[in-house]
Design a binder for this molecule. Structure first.
Ligand SMILES: NC(=O)c1ccc[n+]([C@@H]2O[C@H](COP(=O)([O-])OP(=O)(O)OC[C@H]3O[C@@H](n4cnc5c(N)ncnc54)[C@H](OP(=O)(O)O)[C@@H]3O)[C@@H](O)[C@H]2O)c1
Length: 213
């Protein structure tokens, strides 16, 4: 697939690199310096290049949205007309201090995004993992016992695209249901972050669902 990265920081930089190494064609965009994007493009060691958000969106089969909540309008406006595009969002609706969700309970960041950018096919994924685990999960992808990764969305075609990217990144995709389930997965992401950075866990944390039947 052709995957446009909107936001090439901790999440976008790593996931873009992983998608390129998994064989996808990647365009990194949106960092504060051109140099950062160029380094990512060079070090991805796959089919990767750099561009503007508009270039990343052009002909993309999927877009990864990986910016702070406060930058969403800016990056999506720069990306131009995204009608019909698959937008896989790992962005959490956090306040400026990154201490609290600013959309929760009766809605979610993903639903807010889908409502504001009505023609975009939003899937919520990758926001329940700390970026630190991404490379090691990818490297262990051929071993048994892959960690699970939940995703949700309302459009079956975009969910298939997201599931493929999740699998290629080394996780077992777990379809959690429609986009409104992001009301539960987004706070879950905060639990994961709490365990990873402040609890007794470590950023190496990833999760696996077991079925007891
Ligand atoms: N990090 C995690 O472990 C994690 C886990 C789950 C979910 N998330 C969510 O994923 C999203 C991205 O998080 P992140 O940790 O990847 O953030 P990040 O490292 O700050 O990445 C954001 C990207 O946006 C770019 N950017 C910010 N302001 C810009 C501007 N004015 N112009 C151009 N580019 C700009 C940054 O540029 P620079 O690279 O130059 O700084 C960076 O490339 C957030 O919504 C977060 O809540 C993160």
């Amino acid at each position: 697939m052709r995957v446009g990265i909107l936001g090439s920081g901790l999440m976008g930089g790593k996931l873009g690199t992983i998608f390129a190494r998994a064989g996808h064609e990647v365009v990194f965009s949106y960092a504060r310096t051109e140099q950062k994007l160029k380094t990512l493009g060079r070090e991805a060691k796959g089919k990767a290049r750099v561009g503007t958000p508009r270039e990343a969106a052009q002909d993309a089969d999927a877009l990864l949205l990986a910016v702070h909540w406060s930058r969403i309008d800016d990056v999506l406006n720069q990306a131009g007309d995204l009608s019909g595009k698959v937008l896989v969002s790992c962005s959490l609706p956090m306040n400026a201090e990154n201490t609290e969700l600013v959309v929760a309970h009766s809605s979610s960041g993903a639903e807010d995004l889908a409502m504001r950018f009505a023609k975009v096919r939003v899937v919520s994924a990758f926001n329940t993992v700390p970026s630190e685990v991404l490379f090691s999960v990818f490297e262990a992808r051929r071993r048994a016992g892959r960690p699970s990764l939940v995703y949700c969305g309302d459009d079956s075609g975009s969910k298939r695209v997201a599931a493929e990217l999740i699998r290629d990144a080394g996780f077992e995709p777990v379809d959690a249901g429609p986009l409104r389930i992001a009301r539960y997965t987004e706070p879950f992401a905060l639990l994961v972050a709490q365990l990873a950075y402040e609890g007794k866990g470590s950023p190496g944390l990833a999760y696996r669902f077991e079925r007891f039947a």
